[in-house]
Design a binder for this molecule. Structure first.
Ligand code: PRX
Length: 657
C-alpha cells in the first residue's frame, strides 16, 4: 500500500489535527453532537429524546420530533436567492437539455403532491414504487411522495420486470410511477413494457397495482391499460398552477423510504430509512464531504436507483441548496469524452463517481481527457468499491490536475450517507491513495478480528461501527429478525448491553489510524459498484431445467472490479454447449437484469462441497484468485477440486486471449 502524502494547493492545507480535534469532540457526547447538528434544520416540532436506546438495535433518532424532508429540501428556499437558482442542469443522452430552478422544482412537486393525494388517492404511510430513469421527474416524484407522507421505493431502471415485481410485492405497492421509454446508447428502452409485465406478475401473487403513472420521455408507443394507466403530464395539468400542499408532518421515526439491496439470501432486503435521522445525517455529511459554496456545480454521476443517487442527487444537494448536473445516459456515449464534455459545459466544481467508471474512462486513453479543460474541478469523489491506488493517482493528476482532493467515501445502502471519508468541509487531512482516511464526525468505527478484539495496526480485520448514527437504517421492511441477524448478531453481546453494527466489509487500519476498505466479507459481489447476492444469481440459474447445482463467485475484472462467474452442474440428459451457456445468461438477465449476467458459465461435473452438502465457494474463489485453497478436510469429494480447477484454468486462458 503506497502511503505517500500528496501535495495539495494552498487551499487544501492538510489539516489532520484540526480534523481529529473536531472528530474527538464529536464522539465525546454523540447525542449532544447530533442534537446540535439537527437544529440546523427545519422541524415542525423538536424532539423529546435525541436517541432512544430503549430497544436496541432498533434505535430511534429524534424521538418525538416532527418534520418533513420537503421542508428542508424545498420549502426553506422559498423567498431566498436559492429559490431562483438552478437545482438541476439536466442533459438527456441525445443532447436535449433542461434547466430546472428550485422555484420550478417546488411548483412541480406541489402540483404532483396535490395530484397524488387528490386524484390518485395516495395517503400517508402508503408505499409508491418508482421505476424510472435519470430524468428530472424522478426527484420530483420522490419529493412529492414524501411530501404527502408516503414512502417511496425506487427500483433501478436496469432491473428486469421480475426483479421489479419482487420489490412491488414485498412493499405491497398499489401505485407505480414509470416512463414510456428512455435513451441508452442511442436506443430507446421501452420501460413501460417491463413495468406492465411486473404488474402482471404481482397480480398473480395477489398484489394489485391500481394505478400506473407514466411520464412521457421518449415518445415511443406503449401498451396502455385504460382506467389503470395515467399520464404524468395530464395529472399535473389537472392540478392548480400555484397549488401549495403542506408537507405532511411526519414523526422523526416514520419511514421516509425503502430501498432494496442484495444480501446473502435470494430475497432482496427492503432497507428502511427514517424521516428525521436520515435527513439530519445526509444534510451534514453532504456539507462535510463537499464543502459546498454558493457558486458550486455538483455532479454525482450515479443513478438515483441506488442509495448514492438518493443521498447525493436528491436529498443531500437539495437540502444544501446546491446546483447540480443530472445526466440521463451512458457515460461513454456517443464517445468516451462525454463525461469530461459535460463537466466543461456546466463548469462542474465537484464531481462524484465510482472507481468502475474511472477505470473505464482511463482505459479509453488520456486523449479524451486532454480535449477538455476541467479547470473548474475543485473536489473529486469516489464511492462504491475500493479504488486502486493507480486509478486514484490518475484521477488526482489527470482529472484534478493535482488541485482537487480525492474524497473516497466508504458507506452502504444501510448507512444513509458516507461514514468513512475525508471531510474538506471541516478540515482536509493528508490523503493516501486508496484510503478513505478517517471516520466522519460522530462515527465510531474500528477493525476487529473474528472474536471482536481490535486487530493491530496494519492487520486485516472486519470493519465494525460501535455507536448508532442518525443515518442508520431503521430495519428491514417486514423482517425485523433479519435486521437483527444480518447486522447486529456478529459481535453484539446483548446480555452485556453491547450492540455492534457489522457491515460485512474487510478493512485495515494503518499506523496513522487511516482506514483502508478491502471489499465484502460475505457472499455478496460488488460488480461495477453494484451489490449482487451470489445466492440471488444461483437461484436464478436453478430455475432453468438444465441446471442441477450452481455456485456463483466473483472473478477480478480490470474495469468492473468483480464479475460474476458461475460453476454449474447439469442434470442428466443435458450437455454443455455455447447455446446452453447463452440461455443461462439470458435467464439471469430476465430474472435480475443485465448487471447480473455472469461473465462466464463453467460447466462442471461436480462442485466442491462439505460433507453436509454446503457448496464451498471459497475454494472456487481461491482457484480464481490463484491462492492456496486452504483447509479442505471437510470436503466431501476431493476430485471436485480438480474438476473445478480445470474449468477455471480454461476460463483464465479465455480471459487472457
Ligand atoms: O463493500 C463496500 C462497498 O460497497 C458496499 C455497499 O454497497 P451499496 O450498499 O450498494 O452502496 C454503495 C454506495 C454507497 C460496501 O459494503 N463500498 C462502498 N464504498 C466503498 C466500498 N468499498 C471500498 N471503498 C469505498 N469507498
Amino acid at each position: 500500500m503506497p502511503e505517500e502524502h500528496l501535495p495539495f494547493s494552498e487551499e487544501y492545507t492538510p489539516g489532520r489535527e484540526a480534523y481529529l480535534d473536531f472528530y474527538r469532540k464529536s464522539i465525546e457526547d454523540i447525542e449532544a453532537f447530533w442534537d446540535e447538528r439537527a437544529r440546523e434544520l427545519v422541524w415542525y416540532r423538536t424532539w423529546d429524546i435525541i436517541l432512544d436506546r430503549s430497544n436496541p438495535p432498533f434505535y430511534r433518532w429524534f424521538k418525538g420530533g416532527e418534520t418533513n424532508i420537503n421542508l428542508n429540501a424545498l420549502d426553506r428556499w422559498v423567498g431566498s436567492s436559492i429559490f431562483n437558482k438552478a437545482a438541476y442542469y439536466w442533459e438527456g443522452e441525445p443532447g436535449d437539455r433542461r434547466v430546472i430552478t428550485y422555484r420550478e422544482l417546488y411548483r412541480e412537486v406541489n402540483r404532483l403532491a396535490w395530484a397524488l393525494r387528490n386524484l390518485i388517492g395516495v395517503k400517508r404511510g402508503d408505499t409508491v414504487t418508482l421505476y424510472m430513469p435519470m430524468i428530472p421527474e424522478l426527484p420530483v416524484t420522490m419529493l412529492a411522495v414524501t411530501r404527502v407522507g408516503a414512502i417511496h421505493s425506487v427500483v433501478f431502471s436496469g432491473f428486469s420486470s421480475q426483479a421489479l415485481a419482487d420489490r412491488i410485492i414485498d412493499a405491497r405497492a398499489r401505485v407505480l410511477v414509470t416512463v414510456d421509454g428512455f435513451y441508452r446508447r442511442g436506443r430507446v428502452i421501452n420501460l413501460k413494457e417491463s413495468a406492465d409485465q411486473a404488474v402482471a406478475i404481482a397480480r398473480d401473487k395477489g398484489v394489485e397495482v391500481e394505478k400506473v403513472i407514466v411520464v412521457k420521455r421518449a415518445g415511443n408507443t406503449v401498451p396502455w391499460s385504460g382506467g389503470r394507466d395515467v399520464w404524468y403530464h395530464k395529472l399535473l395539468d389537472e392540478a392548480p398552477e400555484r397549488v401549495y400542499v403542506k408537507p405532511e408532518p411526519m414523526k422523526a421515526d416514520d419511514v421516509l423510504f425503502i430501498l432494496y439491496t442484495s444480501g446473502t439470501t435470494g430475497k432482496p432486503k427492503g432497507i428502511m430509512h427514517s424521516v428525521g435521522g436520515y435527513m439530519t445525517y445526509v444534510y451534514n455529511v453532504f456539507k462535510w464531504n463537499w464543502d459546498p459554496r454558493p457558486g458550486d456545480v455538483f455532479w454525482c454521476a450515479a443513478d438515483i436507483g441506488w442509495i448514492t443517487g438518493h443521498t447525493y442527487i436528491v436529498y443531500g444537494p437539495l437540502m444544501n441548496g446546491v446546483t447540480q448536473v443530472m445526466y440521463e445516459g451512458a457515460p461513454d456515449y456517443p464517445d468516451p469524452g462525454r463525461i469530461w464534455e459535460i463537466i466543461d459545459r456546466y463548469d462542474v466544481t465537484t464531481f462524484y463517481t465510482s472507481p468502475t467508471l474511472l477505470r473505464l474512462l482511463r482505459k479509453y486513453g488520456d486523449e479524451w481527457v486532454e480535449k477538455h479543460s476541467l479547470e473548474t474541478l475543485r473536489i473529486l469523489g469516489t464511492v462504491g468499491e475500493p479504488i486502486n491506488p493507480e486509478v486514484w493517482k490518475w484521477y488526482y493528476e489527470k482529472i484534478g490536475k493535482g488541485k482537487a482532493p480525492i474524497v473516497d467515501t466508504w458507506w452502504q445502502t444501510e448507512t444513509g450517507a458516507a461514514m468513512i471519508s475525508p471531510a474538506p468541509g471541516i478540515s482536509l487531512v493528508p490523503l493516501k491513495p486508496g484510503s478513505a482516511t478517517y471516520p466522519l464526525p460522530g462515527i465510531v468505527a474500528d477493525v476487529v478480528d473474528y472474536t471482536g478484539e481490535p486487530v493491530k495496526p496494519g492487520e486485516k480485520g472486519l470493519l465494525v461501527v460501535k455507536e448508532p448514527w442518525p443515518g442508520m437504517l431503521m430495519g428491514i421492511w417486514g423482517d425485523p429478525d433479519r435486521y437483527v441477524r444480518t447486522y447486529w448478531s456478529m459481535f453484539s453481546r446483548p446480555e452485556k448491553g453491547i450492540w455492534i453494527y457489522y457491515p460485512a466489509d474487510y478493512a485495515v487500519r494503518d499506523e496513522d489510524g487511516y482506514f483502508w476498505l478491502l471489499g465484502r466479507a460475505d457472499e455478496v459481489l460488488n460488480v461495477a459498484g453494484h451489490r449482487l447476492g451470489t445466492i440471488e444469481l444461483e437461484d436464478a440459474l436453478l430455475t432453468h431445467p438444465a441446471v442441477s447445482e450452481a455456485a456463483v463467485v466473483g472473478a477480478p475484472d480490470p474495469v468492473k472490479g468483480q464479475v460474476p462467474v458461475a460453476a454449474v452442474v447439469l442434470r442428466e440428459g443435458y450437455e454443455p454447449s455455447e447455446e446452453l451457456e447463452k440461455e443461462l445468461r439470458e435467464v439471469v438477465r430476465r430474472l435480475i437484469g443485465p448487471i447480473a449476467v455472469p461473465a462466464k458459465i463453467l460447466f462442471v461435473k461436480k462442485l466442491p462441497k462439505t460433507r453436509s452438502g454446503k457448496i464451498m465457494r471459497r475454494i472456487l474463489i481461491a482457484l480464481i484468485e490463484d491462492r492456496p485453497i486452504g483447509d479442505v478436510s471437510t470436503l466431501e469429494d476431493p476430485t471436485a477440486v480438480e474438476e473445478v480447477k480445470r474449468a477455471i484454468d480454461e476460463f483464465k486462458k479465455l480471459m487472457k486471449g
